[in-house]
Design a protein around this ligand. Sequence first.
Ligand SMILES: NC(=O)c1ccc[n+]([C@@H]2O[C@H](COP(=O)([O-])OP(=O)(O)OC[C@H]3O[C@@H](n4cnc5c(N)ncnc54)[C@H](OP(=O)(O)O)[C@@H]3O)[C@@H](O)[C@H]2O)c1
Length: 151
Amino acid sequence: MPSEIILIAAVTVDGFIARHSNEIITWTKDLPLFKKQTMGYPIIMGSNTKNTIAHELKGRGVIVVKRSDNPRDVLKNISSKKCFIVGGGKTYSRFYPFLTDIYITPHPHIFGEGVPLFSDKIQSSKLKFVNLVEVPKQVGIYQYQYKIIKT
Ligand SMILES: NC(=O)c1ccc[n+]([C@@H]2O[C@H](COP(=O)([O-])OP(=O)(O)OC[C@H]3O[C@@H](n4cnc5c(N)ncnc54)[C@H](OP(=O)(O)O)[C@@H]3O)[C@@H](O)[C@H]2O)c1
């Protein structure tokens, strides 16, 4: 199992990752940063996300999970020291118990409704701030990096 299991997401200010489960995301501004950070590592996504991905994911081992996949077993089969959980809300929830880090980039939108970051009920956690990364060429958009402290 990787020692770093990192959730990476772009969210609205009200905590949504998409307007609906089939949305092809065009409002995020952090794709170059996402690409740089995930390059060379396995990325895990749910089948809805796979169906909405419009961009290239070359250079990364893409693991698409179905409901029949056990998250622990999926992670156990990864030999790399780091992997990324890249969405969507259902998949973030299912892998939440195993996360070590969260990289989250709030975007200047309020959707009011949609797919939340975690679409299932999860346990609470505390986060420890680690780093703030400016999203290149974007004014006022930053990625917050946290370690998860399970309570
Ligand atoms: N803003 C961002 O950073 C970001 C990142 C990633 C994705 N997104 C967006 O998020 C949206 C998709 O999110 P999502 O939450 O709908 O889907 P998702 O997590 O991408 O895919 C759904 C996953 O949940 C599984 N599942 C469905 N029903 C289940 C059940 N009852 N029990 C256990 N597992 C179940 C599915 O398996 P089956 O294949 O077996 O159904 C699939 O693995 C898209 O619009 C995408 O563009 C946004």
